[in-house]
Write a protein that binds this ligand. Structure first.
Ligand SMILES: Nc1ncnc2c1ncn2[C@@H]1O[C@H](COP(=O)(O)OP(=O)(O)O)[C@@H](O)[C@H]1O
Ligand SMILES: [Mg+2]
Length: 239
């Protein structure tokens, strides 16, 4: 790909050497009926700009919690989270919403697309929310959908697309506002093997173009597409 897909938003004071993600001593405990669940028990985790990191580990080990605290969708009880040189922990919802809009693209297992609107509008709406004029958002949306192989699907609603196409649409949406960081939580988990390969191939191309990606996955063959993988167990990073 040869567009500005990877052109990212730099924060004030951020330089090219600022790590994409720096997590230090992150702890997150959930109250539960029997006993508190310690989802993160002191996690240190760094991602350099341009890396494609796979996060693996058994169900319940804290992978989604780690992504959520990096995205500021959930808070930590202790420790610090930095994304693109900015502290994310301890911020209020308004700040987080603004930060996410400009710095973070999030891809979910079950796509979370807007079902009632076209593929194009699934991208234009977040673009406009992110501060783009409608025309600019539409141009960007068309470019992205072309690049992601959905250029002939602009007016279709998600329901008529295959699983792999829906996830590519969700990835296109996550990229509309040129996030410095793309987070994906089991993006191939709901897809058949063909759809999974489509999505993985797309992540590889984005990575080649310089996009920083952190992807949670169960599947070793999916993790093999990343430039580095880490393994979690019981709320800690094992390796
Ligand atoms: N909102 C929540 N409330 C209570 N417990 C939670 C919540 N989110 C996650 N947990 C618990 O925290 C642990 C880690 O969950 P999670 O990060 O989703 O694991 P993974 O993504 O690796 O499967 C699990 O035991 C899970 O049940
Ligand atoms: Mg999970």
């Amino acid at each position: 790909m040869s567009t500005d897909l990877s052109t990212e938003n730099l924060s004030p004071g951020e330089s090219a050497e600022t790590p994409a993600v720096r997590v230090r001593g992150a702890r997150r405990t959930f109250e539960a009926e029997l006993a508190p669940v310690r989802a993160l028990r002191g996690v240190d985790f760094d991602v350099a700009k341009g890396e494609f990191v796979a996060v693996m580990g058994p169900s319940g080990c804290g992978k989604s919690t780690l992504l959520n605290v990096i995205a500021g969708l959930d808070g930590v009880d202790d420790g610090t989270i930095e994304v693109a040189g900015e502290r994310v922990d301890g911020r209020d919802e308004d700040w987080l919403a603004r930060f996410r809009r400009h710095h973070i693209g999030f891809v979910f297992q079950f796509f979370n697309l807007l079902d009632g609107v076209s593929a194009l509008d699934n991208l234009v709406l977040p673009g406009v929310l992110g501060g783009m004029k409608r025309r600019a958002a539409e141009a960007r949306a068309r470019d992205l959908l072309d690049l992601l192989g959905l250029g002939d699907r602009l007016q279709q609603v998600p329901a008529v697309l295959s699983g792999g196409q829906r996830q590519r649409l969700a990835i296109a949406r996550a990229l509309v506002n040129q996030p410095s960081l793309l987070l994906a939580d089991e993006p191939t988990g709901a897809l058949d093997s063909e759809g999974g390969l489509e999505v993985l191939e797309l992540f590889r191309r984005l990575h080649e173009d310089g996009q920083t990606i952190v992807m949670v996955t169960h599947a070793a063959e999916v993790a093999a597409g990343a430039s580095r993988s880490i393994r979690m167990r019981d709320g800690r990073i094992e390796s």
